[in-house]
Design a protein. Structure first.
Length: 279
């Protein structure tokens, strides 16, 4: 898709009130696209809608819980009352969950799978059919480097992100028949508020641990606007998988070409972490 001038095109971004979603919505607006945005955080979403309007683009905004089919159905109805089909669909809304399997309760599983996986399934279910009918467009699913390499520390989160990578790969195969591209984005360590809102379970659920993670992400200081710029590039080049930061690229290549070494390295680092926590 030519993204140099998106005037007359419509893009949809879920979880657009913050971080990667916000920056992606703004980047698409700056290229000329009109936007449909949703988030569970209505107040912050309205601020982003104002920023989009300031670029001269039209915006539809709605409070939506992406884990609820009825919310996504109502959002789709509102969007399709304005445009026959969106051109770019960005399934971005997501949450973090730190902890191993033995400490992750079923309510935590429901929460993270509901948002990170069902949210993407609902996005595709409600917005893809009109795109298919028209025969053009691009789907971007925000996965994670944790969707390429799984560790003890992110068991449920990784499970959802591996699923998003798999769903994207399957969709890409199917939708190529209808002129629609699909990209799974694997950002890496990105400095966004996700570190504050993520749930932590088991030994990871301490104030010190959260402070450590927030500080590590801040020190890494890789901003969400750089992810947004990579998302635009990935749409233009119709990339299947788009690792973003250098560590995401490193994990991508290591897993592909040296899976055994990667597995051993992950286990060594996890064992060191366990010792550090006295487990
Ligand atoms: N920040 C990172 O290091 C990183 C790395 C890899 C992948 N990701 C993924 O990128 C995506 C965006 O994360 P971010 O880092 O920008 O985080 P963020 O917290 O800044 O933004 C996430 C947005 O999703 C919204 N959201 C949460 N639950 C929702 C729900 N049920 N319905 C609708 N909206 C909901 C939040 O309100 C927030 O505005 C997520 O899918 C995340 O897993 C982030």
């Amino acid at each position: 898709m030519d993204i140099s001038n998106m005037t007359g095109k419509a893009a949809l971004v879920t979880g657009a009130a913050s971080g990667i979603g916000r920056e992606t919505a703004l980047a698409l607006a700056r290229r000329g696209a009109d936007l449909a945005i949703c988030d569970i955080n209505q107040k912050a979403l309205t601020e982003v809608a104002k920023e989009i309007e300031a670029t001269g683009r039209k915006v539809i905004q709605r409070r939506v819980d992406v884990a609820k089919a009825e919310d996504m159905a109502a959002f789709a109805e509102a969007v399709h009352a304005e445009v026959a089909a969106v051109d770019v669909l960005v399934n971005n809304a997501g949450v973090g969950l730190g902890g191993g399997f033995l400490h992750t309760g079923l309510e935590d599983w429901n929460w993270v799978v509901g948002i990170n996986l069902w949210g993407v399934v609902y996005g595709c279910h409600y917005f893809l059919p009109p795109m298919v009918e028209r025969g053009s467009g691009h789907v971007v699913n925000i996965a994670s480097a944790a969707g390429l390499v799984a560790t003890e520390a992110l068991c449920a989160y990784s499970t959802t992100k591996f699923a998003v990578v798999g769903l994207s790969e399957s969709l890409r195969d199917e939708l190529a028949n209808y002129g629609i591209g699909v990209t799974a984005v694997c950002p890496g360590i990105i400095n966004t508020p996700i570190t504050q809102s993520s749930r932590m379970v088991g030994p990871m659920a301490t104030d010190d641990n959260r402070a450590e993670i927030v500080s590590a992400y801040q020190r890494r200081n890789y901003g969400p606007e750089r992810v947004a710029a990579n998302i635009l590039k990935a749409i233009e080049k119709n990339r299947a998988v788009a690792p973003v930061s250098p560590e995401a690229w490193w994990m991508y290549y290591m897993k592909r070409f040296f899976p055994g070494s990667m597995g051993r390295l992950v286990h060594t680092l996890s064992a060191r972490e366990r010792r550090r926590r006295g487990l």
